[in-house]
Design a protein around this ligand. Structure first.
Ligand code: PRX
Length: 656
């Protein structure tokens, strides 16, 4: 098994038509229907989106301008007022969905909870009032550093309800990473838990928060709100730290949703880029609500009877858009699972599907490759016949993994939606609509209606079918990020200046390489910048390098990705040491742990190689291409004439 190579996917000719039984019941039933929608959206995007916004969402006040586009800054539904928590909760209470399951939660130790829409609404209102009691006001940024428990979703919705933008930090990030993000967002309060279960162990979240805040390192934080999950002892700082179960006593459950401007910031979510520290991607209320609502509705073909399960963590965009906001805005039943396949129960995902009769299952290629490793006997031992739709996200899926997913998990009955999108795009961009678009293993197929995607060269010319180029989006869409928090110039530089305007239109540069085939299907090849994907987690090589050089022993570091069968990519670091340090196994361990402390376990290098020097061009740029070849044990090929000192390469080769 391997990652998709250009050669392997270009040879991929298999085509899977939507099963007729699926199409018949689907919202979008035929290719013609998709094409009509697509063409209508292309011809007049503003009318297309405005009609949907009117029909699908509740607005306290209608907008006066559908789109205000001052490239690269877009505003959607300007003048409109709405609240995404109202759209996710209150409006369903007026219907039969009041007593429908909104959130089904299964904890790793086997405990579980179900919230109906009425119950979830009550919890969110009370939590929102609790936040107010702690002094949180409209516009204040709130940090959320939580395990996968219902309170994570409740906290997000409570923030949205009172107009306090949230910034969720994945629980796997270290105290250092948390501190940087809370500082960048100038968060006023952070919500956490005493701990969370992950792979049979407790993640000490509150202790990490204490580390992050130690010595006044995040001056903006005034309070910490702590949810009890694991009951192990933690320290509570009087005056700063509050237990949610104490605070909620006597807090009213009456909290009307605050009417928010369509363009009010809904959240900041940090993601890695090729340079500098992680970027705070800003999403706003109206456009994000509409875009996640529509993609949820059409891509997952969500039906009122469905139990839908997305295995992402709420700390990532997939969790935001497709565990919390998209499903709940549609009045769907969203399943949330705290755990991960682990030694004590490698088949736990299949248990969850069987237990709850899951109909739609959305996961990442890296997870699928791990399932393949664990063996078919695990899913085969469970009843998975409730499944009707499968999805993948996060990285290219190799055709072998796609076929296994289709055959073993879907029993050749379920369409697979391979959804290409990003933190920045808010929701799905390239994806099949499962009742309408035939799938090809490894291809994210066609653009969602309203998305004008293309593959171009650096001058902005469309490349011929079958040739590689850069994936771009040529028209603004409601779910697009609005800016980099606090750094609009970085927003412009990172996404809008790589490719010149095409026909006078600014184009969004996604940072991915892609091809389009003769049928107009897109094949996304992976990042073209210094961003790597480790188990579907996006990391900037420069972040890891910065973490390494912050250690006293390290003079210089270069980090590259090496293809890995399960994780997609593995982290390999080349390090030159300060004069008074010598290479040792002990130092390798220390440096790996240092990266874990600085960023989190997800960034731990699997290999560190010491070297006297790094291969550089005459202008001093590290030649990563060479390091990538060395890391993966390939012959160093291509042009090495710009290498300043050829002997460096020879030494690195000998050392490997
Ligand atoms: O390289 C693409 C890859 O993941 C990147 C976005 O990462 P992130 O912002 O963390 O969001 C992940 C979840 C939406 C993209 O630039 N990627 C995501 N989905 C796919 C993909 N690559 C190929 N196929 C996909 N379906």
């Amino acid at each position: 098994m391997s990652q998709p190579t250009i050669e392997s996917i270009l040879q991929e000719k298999r085509l899977f038509n939507p099963p007729p039984a699926f199409s018949q019941q689907a919202t979008i039933k035929t290719l013609e229907e998709y094409e009509q929608l697509y063409q209508r959206a292309q011809a007049d995007p503003q009318t297309f989106w405005a009609e949907l916004a009117q029909k699908e969402l509740h607005w306290f006040e209608k907008w006066h301008t559908v789109l205000d586009w001052q490239p690269p800054f877009a505003q959607w539904f300007v003048g409109g007022k709405l609240n995404i928590s109202y759209n996710c909760l209150d409006r369903h209470l007026l219907t039969w969905r009041r007593n429908k399951a909104a959130l089904i939660w299964e904890g790793e130790p086997g405990d579980s909870r179900t919230y109906t829409y009425a119950q979830l609404h009550r919890e969110v209102c009370q939590f929102a009032n609790g936040l107010k009691q702690l002094g949180v006001q409209k516009g204040d940024v709130v940090g959320i550093y939580m395990p996968m428990i219902p309170e994570a979703a409740i906290a997000m919705l409570a923030c949205a309800r009172i107009g306090a933008p949230h910034t969720v930090v994945f629980g796997g990030f270290s105290a250092e990473a948390l501190r940087d993000r809370l500082n960048d967002g100038k968060a006023k309060l952070v919500i956490t838990a005493d701990g969370g279960w992950r792979k049979d162990a407790i993640v000490p979240l509150k202790a990490q928060v204490d580390n992050a805040l130690a010595n006044g390192a995040v001056p903006s934080i005034e309070q910490v709100l702590v949810v009890a999950r694991t009951q192990q002892p933690i320290e509570m700082q009087p005056g700063r730290d509050h237990w949610w179960h104490d605070l909620r006593q006597g807090v009213s459950a009456d909290c009307p949703a605050e009417p928010m401007d369509s363009e009010a910031m809904l959240f900041i979510l940090y993601t890695s880029g090729s340079t500098g520290k992680p970027k705070g991607v800003v999403h706003t209320t109206g456009g994000y609500n509409l875009y996640t609502h529509m993609t949820m509705k059409w891509v997952f073909d969500i039906q009122d009877t469905d139990v839908y399960w997305c295995t992402a963590d709420v700390g990532w965009i997939t969790g935001h858009s497709y565990i919390v906001y998209g499903p709940l805005s549609n009045g769907a039943t969203s399943l949330m699972y705290e755990g991960a396949p682990r030694a004590s129960n490698p088949g736990c995902f299949w248990d969850v599907i069987e237990k709850y009769g899951v109909n739609t299952f959305y996961t990442a290629p890296t997870a699928i490759r791990a399932f393949i490793r664990m063996g078919e006997h695990l899913p085969k031992a469970r009843d998975l016949s409730s499944l009707r739709l499968l999805g993948t996200v996060g990285e290219p899926i190799n055709p072998e993994a796609w076929m296994w997913y289709y055959r073993v998990i879907g029993n050749e009955q379920c369409p697979i939606v391979d959804t290409w999108w990003q933190t920045e795009t808010g929701g799905h961009m390239l994806t099949p609509l499962p009742g309408a678009i035939a799938t090809k293993p490894g291809s994210a197929t066609r653009p969602f209606p309203g998305i004008i995607a293309d593959v171009v060269d650096l001058a902005g010319n469309t490349v011929p079918a079958g040739e590689g180029g850069y994936l771009v989006i040529k028209h603004p869409w409601p779910g697009m990020m609005r800016t980099v928090y606090g750094d609009p110039d970085r927003f412009r530089r990172s996404y809008w200046e790589h490719i010149p305007p095409i026909d006078g239109q600014a184009v969004y540069f996604a940072g991915d390489g892609a091809r389009k085939d003769e049928d107009g299907y897109f094949w996304v090849m992976g990042r073209v910048d210094d961003v790597i994907s480790v188990s579907g987690h996006r990391l900037g090589t420069m972040e890891i390098e910065s973490a390494l050089v912050s250690h006293a022993a390290v003079a210089e570091a270069a980090v590259v990705g090496r293809p890995d069968e399960v994780k997609g990519e593995d982290i390999v670091a080349f390090v030159t040491l300060e004069g008074n340090y010598t290479p040792s196994e002990e130092l390798i361990k220390t440096l790996k742990q240092h990266v874990v402390n600085e960023i989190g376990a997800l960034a731990r290098p699997s290999e560190i190689r010491f070297s006297d020097a790094l291969p550089k061009t005459r202008s001093g740029k590290i030649m990563r291409r060479l390091l990538r070849s060395l890391a993966s044990g390939e012959e160093v090929s291509g042009d090495t004439s710009t290498l300043e000192d050829r002997s460096v390469l020879d030494k690195l080769r000998e050392g490997s």
